[in-house]
Design a protein around this ligand. Structure first.
Ligand code: SF4
Length: 396
């Protein structure tokens, strides 16, 4: 699933882990508050035919060694600085046994000053959810579940190669549900019915994604063989807008291009990505951003485990972020939020008057009603969210 790293720069509603500051012992709180801790779990029980995340089939022995490596990497990076979110993303983190979840949460608590009341999210697949499992991971410290339902239609799930059925999904007692729209052979009525089933479950939070079929995804071949097609682009836009109207009516307010929530239930972890925050990612392929630096861990699971065991660094592509790139990221990510870009915060942090620098290029989007601006904020309209990529080009 891997929604917890939120690093995709696209504006489309698709699915969406030794800094130089470590020399003095404790880190100061980052400019945007406490750290988020992302933990990547790269194992899946089966591989979905549309997926291009960093994952592989479950290997129990490798998983055992991986959990030990994760705990060791966290301990090594720990400096006692404050963190207020922990996010298990994958892959399928719910393939971890509850004692493994507890071991990793405890490692975070020993290495960092994890705040009381921290948000601790675990991504789950519906087929791995049982009442006993949920109760055990809650005892292990998990406060929030993010369940990848994707569809409530068994035929649609079968087309995606998903290992669960719609009944399994409907049985979840959940906080956040993921739903994909614009599925192969799905038409507007079926999409609306799926959204209604999601709303009927009254989740606290939901993520709605338009399926993106990657060029090398096995799903692409299967669609060609089976004669399944995605509905025309205009229908995709209508599905998205209709889904948001339905979630609005159900009390789930949109706060980001792909995310809706009841009041007070926004994903605090993902907000760090969208609000120019700082986070450390642990595990294979996890990204980190801290103190003006960005790096990524080695992607391959066994290589990651071996590197940790040998005491070697797992980080690669480690580099400082030039101010222009940090500004670009802040603008791209801020525009994803319904509240938009905080112009005063950008001025304070980067010394840039956004409207002064980009106003001419933004004018046609403002005139077309795709963007709205006032003295404090620049935000996309809902219609503008469908064309976010085009709007974001103004900042390039
Ligand atoms: S469950 Fe499916 S979509 Fe999620 S990471 Fe595994 S293979 Fe990818």
């Amino acid at each position: 699933m891997d929604r917890g790293q939120g690093r995709r720069r696209t504006g489309r509603p698709v699915r969406p882990g030794a800094s130089p500051r470590r020399t003095a012992g404790r880190f100061d709180a980052g400019p945007n508050g406490d750290l988020g801790l992302y933990l990547h779990v790269p194992f899946c029980a089966s591989i979905c035919n549309y997926c291009n995340f960093n994952r592989g089939l479950l290997d129990r022995e490798l998983k055992r060694r991986y959990v030990a490596a994760l705990a060791a990497e966290i301990a090594r990076a720990g400096d006692g600085s404050a963190a207020d979110t922990i996010y298990f993303g994958g892959g399928t983190p719910s393939l971890l046994a509850p004692p493994e979840v507890a071991r990793i949460v405890d490692a975070c608590r020993e290495a960092f000053a994890v705040r009381p009341g921290a948000e601790v999210t675990l991504e789950m697949n519906p087929e791995t959810v049982t009442v006993d499992y949920v109760s055990a991971v809650r005892d292990a410290g998990v406060t929030r579940l993010s369940i990848g339902v994707q569809s409530f239609d068994d035929r649609e799930l079968a087309r995606l190669g998903r290992g669960h059925s719609a009944d399994g999904a409907a049985g979840c007692d959940d906080v956040s549900l993921d739903l994909m729209l614009w599925l192969p052979a799905q038409r507007r009525g079926e999409c609306a019915a799926s959204v209604d089933r999601l709303c009927a479950l009254a989740p606290d939070h939901a993520s709605l994604y338009l399926l993106e079929v990657y060029p090398n995804a096995p799903l692409r071949d299967e669609m060609a063989r089976s004669g399944w097609s995605q509905a025309p682009d205009d229908d995709a836009a209508a599905m998205y807008l209709d889904a948001l109207a339905r979630t609005d009516a159900a009390g789930l307010g949109q706060y980001e291009i792909s995310n809706v929530a009841r009041p007070g239930r926004r994903s605090r972890h993902n907000l760090k990505y969208w609000q120019d925050g700082e986070w450390l990612g642990f595990g294979c392929g996890a990204h980190s951003r801290r103190g003006g630096w960005r790096w990524r861990n080695v992607s391959e699971t066994a290589r990651y485990v071996d590197a940790v065991a040998r005491g070697e660094t797992t980080a690669q592509e480690r580099r400082t972020l030039p101010s222009a790139e940090r500004l670009g990221d802040a603008l791209f990510m801020g525009l994803r939020l319904t509240e938009g870009i905080d112009l005063g915060a950008i001025r304070g942090r980067y010394g840039v008057d956004v409207m002064g620098r980009y106003g001419v290029r933004l004018q046609s989007f403002l005139d077309a009603g795709l963007l709205a601006a006032d003295a404090e904020r620049l935000r996309l309209s809902r219609r503008g969210m469908l064309l976010a990529n085009e709007v974001m080009q103004a900042f390039v």
